[in-house]
Structure formats: structure tokens, C-alpha cells
Design a protein around this ligand. Structure first.
Ligand code: AP5
Length: 222
């Protein structure tokens, strides 16, 4: 099964992708995580990506598409994909469709998580995450057991530089039109499932699982 989690910054793509990928047995691929890892490693790709991420802009398609297609061509992607943060533009979606068609596969479903923008600002500006294992927290809605320390691996938690209020607004502005265009693109393919993204994290996981149960290829493999 090959799935896309679509939605504006902060709707919960990363939170839900980690849970769903494990539950359904898919490889979780986050282009945001890949860019942050490259930036932390100080590679040329990371330095280039960092310039765009710091402004709340998209990393150019020429860079992003090649990186993603290389990742999903690796043997461990054969189990199936949970794509988080890709595609972000129509050229990315078209390149993905072409690459998967070349492998004799396709996207099975696009889960479009929707949350009002005022809530997204509160979610992103209160987010803390673990730079070692990637666990995601929120100071109000999902605090760690000990302040500033990851429950899962004990590392010190940090805030993303692009979660400052001004950059959050720039990210929402950047992504709004593209997200709507992608919803239309996959809607025309009959693959779009709209998911209400307000409520408890467990409740949203249940809604996503319900939507997946209606995807023909998911039912065949269950
Ligand atoms: P990326 O890392 O993909 O960021 P994003 O899309 O902006 O999404 P986020 O990771 O900020 O949010 P999320 O939806 O995963 O929410 P989360 O689960 O963390 O991309 C970063 C940058 O990289 C981009 O700006 C761009 O520059 C570049 N980039 C990446 N991909 C690219 C591409 N394809 N093309 C070009 N450039 C690209 O949750 C957020 C918070 O809310 C957390 O604190 C969480 O605990 C909390 N939360 C989650 N669910 C709930 C709930 N139900 N109730 C209350 N709180 C909740």
C-alpha cells in the first residue's frame, strides 16, 4: 500500500504517520525530516534546504523530487509507503505518479487532514520534538513526563527554528494554495479521503484507520 498524508503545517501529519506506519507496516518517509537530517549533518543539500526552510518557503522541486524518488527506490520501500510532506506541489505529484507507474504501482489513497488555521498556529508554536528519535510533543496537549526530556529515549527536547510565529505564518501562506491544488488533483483521481483533524490524537488515528479500511488494496491485504 502507498499512502500520502496531506494537510497544512501542524495538522498532525508527523504524529499520525509514525503511528499509522507502524500499525499498518509501511515505511514512513518525511521530506521535512530528510531535509533536517541533511542540515544537521552539514551536507550541501542540507545547507541549501535550510535557506528555504528558515524562510517558511518550499525547497525547489528540482532538489526535492530527486531526493524523494531516490529514497523510495531503495529496497526497504518495497513494504509500502506512508508519505508525509510529499508531494507539496503539482509537479511533485506528477513526478511521483510517473515514478510509481514505472515500478508498476501507484498511490492507493490520500488522507487529507483538515484543521482550522488558528489551531495550527497554537499547535506549531507549542511543539517540542526529540532530535534523536523524532518523537513529537506539545507543551499543552502532549507534554513529556519530565519537562524538556524525551519519554522514549531520554534526550533533551528542542523546538524547531521554523516554529517561531512569523515563520509559521509564512509556512501557512506558502502551503495554502498548493494543498488545495493537491486535494483537487487527487480528488479527480478518486483517491482523496477528507479527515477531520480536530479532537484527540487517538480519535484521529481511529478516523484514519476507518478511511484506510475503505481503500480496496488495504482491504485485500488485511
Ligand atoms: P515538514 O517538516 O514537512 O513540516 P510541515 O508540513 O510544515 O509539517 P509539520 O511537521 O510542521 O507539522 P505536522 O503536520 O507533521 O504536525 P505534527 O504531527 O508535528 O517541512 C518542513 C519544511 O521542509 C517545509 O516548510 C519546507 O521548507 C521543507 N519541505 C518539506 N517537504 C517539502 C516538499 N515536499 N517540497 C518542498 N519543501 C519541502 O503536530 C504539530 C503539533 O501539534 C505537535 O506539537 C503535536 O503534538 C500537536 N498535535 C498533533 N495532533 C494533535 C491533536 N489532535 N490535538 C492537539 N495537538 C496535536
Amino acid at each position: 500500500m502507498r499512502l500520502i498524508l496531506l494537510g497544512l503545517p501542524g495538522v498532525g501529519k508527523g504524529t499520525q504517520a509514525k503511528l499509522l506506519a507502524e500499525r499498518v507496516g509501511l515505511l514512513h518517509v518525511s521530506t521535512g525530516d530528510m531535509f533536517r537530517e541533511a542540515a544537521a549533518a552539514g551536507t550541501a543539500l542540507g545547507k541549501q534546504a535550510q535557506e528555504y526552510m528558515a524562510k517558511g518557503a518550499l525547497v525547489p522541486d528540482e532538489v526535492t523530487i530527486g531526493m524523494l524518488l531516490e529514497r523510495i527506490a531503495k529496497p526497504d520501500a518495497a513494504v509500502g509507503l506512508m508519505l508525509d510532506g510529499f508531494p507539496r506541489t503539482i509537479p511533485q505529484a506528477e513526478a511521483l505518479d510517473r515514478a510509481l507507474a514505472g515500478q508498476g504501482t501507484q498511490i492507493d489513497a490520500v488522507l487529507y487532514i483538515q484543521v482550522p488555521e488558528a489551531e495550527l498556529v497554537a499547535r506549531l508554536t507549542g511543539r517540542w520534538s526529540c532530535p534523536i528519535c523524532g518523537a513529537i510533543y506539545h507543551m499543552l496537549t502532549k507534554p513529556p513526563k519530565a519537562a524538556g526530556v524525551c519519554d522514549a529515549c531520554g534526550a533533551a527536547l528542542s523546538q524547531r527554528a521554523d516554529d517561531q510565529p512569523a515563520t509559521v505564518n509564512a509556512r501557512l501562506e506558502t502551503n495554502r494554495a498548493w494543498t488545495e491544488a493537491l486535494a483537487e488533483f487527487y480528488g479527480k483521481q478518486g483517491k482523496l479521503h477528507a479527515i477531520e483533524g480536530m479532537g484527540s490524537m487517538e480519535g484521529i488515528t481511529a478516523r484514519l484507520m476507518d478511511a484506510l479500511a475503505r481503500v480496496p488494496s488495504a482491504t485485500q491485504k488485511a
